[in-house]
Write a protein that binds this ligand. Structure first.
Ligand code: AR6
Length: 173
């Protein structure tokens, strides 16, 4: 089963696609989004800006995914997705987070990309409790792998404590 959990800066990974935990505007931000835009260079912002708005200011609704080149990144592609803001758990957060992972994998597969790295989507500013997010991420990626065993999926955490949380979700039955 090819799911790995690592602690690393996702912008350094030479996989086929890295996933960005963006916001609906897709015009950059803080956290991993800021790091990806800095490492990719200004062409990434231009590519995001060129994506169509599906509503005023919205290029990617929560739970959906969009793809751009990676420009100066070692990864040739960036799959932007928008995680849910945690609002206590009774507002469809788990389904939306599941959609992020599923739609990102689907977009990658449509492009023939197999090696995909995910950050801990929603686990920063968006406040999703990490153990719950890890459970959703691992479950959804396992389902994707069962449909396409050629996928190589990495959960790229930014800190060792976060890596331990995601590793625990991967290890639990
Ligand atoms: N590599 C891997 N993980 C990282 C990196 C990195 N370089 N930098 C941060 N993380 P967040 P969210 C981790 O807040 O909660 C942005 O402003 C971080 O430690 O980046 O989905 C967007 O524009 C945390 O564990 O994303 C949105 O407005 C995880 O990535 C909003 O934040 C996610 O934290 C999205 O919030």
């Amino acid at each position: 089963m090819l799911i790995s959990v690592i602690a690393a800066d996702i912008t350094t990974l030479a996989v086929d696609a890295i996933v960005n935990a963006a916001n609906e505007a897709l015009l950059g931000g803080g956290g991993v989004d800021g790091a990806i835009h800095r490492a990719a260079g200004p062409a990434l912002l231009a590519a995001c800006r060129a994506l169509p708005q599906v509503a005023p200011g919205v290029r990617c609704p929560t739970g959906e995914a969009r793809i751009t080149p990676g420009f100066a990144l070692p990864a040739p592609w960036v799959i932007h997705t928008v995680g849910p803001v945690w609002r206590g758990g009774a507002h469809g957060e788990a389904t939306l987070l599941e959609n992020c992972h599923r739609n990102a994998v689907q977009l990658a597969r449509e492009r023939g990309l197999r090696r995909i790295a995910f950050p801990a989507i929603s686990c920063g500013v968006y406040g999703y409790p990490a153990p719950l997010a890890a459970t959703v991420a691992v479950r959804t990626l396992r389902e994707a792998l069962s449909r396409d065993p050629a996928l190589e999926l990495t959960l790229c955490c930014y800190s060792e404590p976060m890596r331990a949380v995601f590793q625990a979700a991967l290890t639990s039955p």
